[in-house]
Write a protein that binds this ligand. Structure first.
Ligand SMILES: [Zn+2]
Length: 299
């Protein structure tokens, strides 16, 4: 993500990686979201993730790197552990499963080993829906997260690729998060969702990622962290305001897509939104399936 007040990168050590339990086959949707850093999934899909979870669907947010260079003051193992704890706290607020992979921030590459890793994660979750960044992005980790998920999009169905992990008989639908990059092609929304009902919860989750937003992440400074309680509250409000505006801007940017799904009157009243583009790879849902995948439009 382009975090302006913020950052999102990092470099050095190890954090602990514990595999999340696989949810039961209960007919609910199974969604896995990939982000490069322990904040990207929450920023891009925290609203829809908590809306899915509230309906009993199974949602997992995966950070592909451990975020260990994403701060101006600290780095390495201690930062990776701190960011893992922050992501777990944020995801607990959202009611979703959290996993942070132990790959150094700023060093992600689209290797065969990582292709296998992402393929196995999608298969283990038995995902119906996979979310990821697009592969054109300013940040190499975002870019290669997009490439790795694209590289897995077909391989998840191939029995003798990673034969240790049962392949998926039905290809998931792959969706991209929005960004503002234009070259070689701009993000084109296929679905837009009102997150008005969960905006406070989403802002609370983002507030829990303190190292990144409150403290300013990789491009912050000591000036970001006031010592007086009144100024600290002001700083928290500044972070909330930044994100409120971001999702307001998305509602404006994707208004015509909101109209497609909610109708003109309801769409005009939407204040905060998230949007997604269907990847050319993976299964292509028709509009009926898309409404089943995002069961929020009649509310
Ligand atoms: Zn990031």
């Amino acid at each position: 993500m382009k975090h302006s007040l913020v950052s999102g990168l990092l470099v050095s050590t190890l954090s602990v990686c514990v595999a999340a339990p696989v949810p039961p086959d209960d007919g609910k949707l199974r969604i896995i979201c990939f982000g490069a850093h322990p904040d990207d999934c929450e920023i891009q899909a925290g609203g829809v993730a908590t809306m899915w979870a509230a309906k009993g669907h199974h949602v997992k947010l995966v950070s592909v790197t451990n975020g260990d260079i994403g701060h101006w003051r600290e780095a390495g193992g201690p930062l990776a552990r701190r960011r893992k704890a922050e992501a777990e706290h944020a995801d607990q607020i959202l009611g979703v499963t959290c996993e942070v992979l132990d790959i150094h921030d700023g060093e992600l590459l689209p290797t065969i080993e990582n292709r296998r890793l992402i393929t196995r994660l999608i298969r283990e979750w038995k995902a119906d829906i996979v979310l990821s960044p697009r592969p054109n992005d300013y940040h190499p980790d975002h870019r290669y997260t997009g490439v790795l998920v694209q590289d897995a999009a077909y391989m998840v169905t191939v029995p003798f690729f990673c034969p240790d992990t049962p392949y998926l008989k039905r290809n998931p639908v792959f969706l991209y998060y929005p960004d503002s990059f234009q070259k070689p092609n701009a993000f084109q929304p296929d679905v837009a969702v009102s997150i008005d009902s969960v905006i406070q919860k989403k802002l609370e989750a983002l507030d829990a990622l303190e190292s990144q937003f409150y403290e300013g992440g990789a491009n912050g400074s000591a000036d970001s962290i006031p010592s007086e309680p009144a100024k600290q509250r002001e700083r928290h409000n500044q972070v909330r305001g930044f994100f409120e505006k971001r999702y307001e801007d998305q509602a404006k940017r994707f208004r015509s897509k909101l109209v497609d799904f909610y109708g003109q009157d309801k769409a005009n009243a939407v204040r905060y939104a998230e949007a997604f583009e269907i990847c050319e790879y993976g299964r292509h849902p028709d509009s009926v399936e898309l409404k089943k995948m995002f069961p929020f439009f009649g509310e």
